[in-house]
Design a protein around this ligand. Sequence first.
Ligand SMILES: C[S@@+](CC[C@H](N)C(=O)[O-])C[C@H]1O[C@@H](n2cnc3c(N)ncnc32)[C@H](O)[C@@H]1O
Length: 249
Amino acid sequence: MSALETESELAKSAAAGGIDKQRYVRRIFSEIAPRYDLLNHMLSLNVDRAWRRRALQELAWQHHPDGLYLDLCAGTLDVAALLARQSGFDGQVVGADFAEPMLRAGQAKASRQVVLPVAADALDLPLSTGAARGAIVAFGLRNVADLDGALDEVMRVLMSGARLVILDFSTPRLAMVRALYEVYFHHVVPAIGGAVSGQSTAYRYLPRSVGHFPAPPELARRMEGAGFRRVRWYPLTLGIATVHVGERP
Ligand SMILES: C[S@@+](CC[C@H](N)C(=O)[O-])C[C@H]1O[C@@H](n2cnc3c(N)ncnc32)[C@H](O)[C@@H]1O
């Protein structure tokens, strides 16, 4: 088997939750970190920015503008920096991610007084129980090897009444949209992603990981299973992405 075939097999297996998904995910994000933002905005035609803004509106941070918030799987800190820039926000945002090169690539986006980048695993957060007024995870939960474990850990660090907002890709339900989406995600994204980052298998992992991520009703059930209440979800841009919201009792 060639190195490329081996990489492709690893991507397939990691997306399905096999091999050591955690190690694979940390490695690919560490490798693509310098080109991550450029590719994100390019491949989504900048729609990702609007999706993050929409998801952030669900965090209800205005109720406690001076609180501590968690941006989980923060990557290059886009969501954390967006929250830090909101007019009236006077709190702090912990941006937790286990791929340090991603955090480093984004650290100039916000003041260190407001955004605190932390190298940490989603399954073992360095926050005390009930410390956070809210948590948001954008395009991250799909990559975590133990989804239920991560939901439990977020539940632990949230205060009573605090929200968890999840933004992630989903598979569109309309057949025509789905067909276009499949071509784009399975062919265009790996081609452009590979050419720009030099890591085509990382960009093959992306569509596969979406395919293996629970569909929105199932993710809502898993949130409820972890103890979240008032769980709701809605699609964005014809179901290419979905926002889930839940609350800690
Ligand atoms: C697609 S990026 C999303 C980054 C950012 N939230 C955004 O909106 O662009 C996914 C991130 O999840 C991180 N990640 C995956 N599994 C993780 C885990 N178990 N603990 C911490 N971070 C994790 C990866 O390192 C990566 O930076």
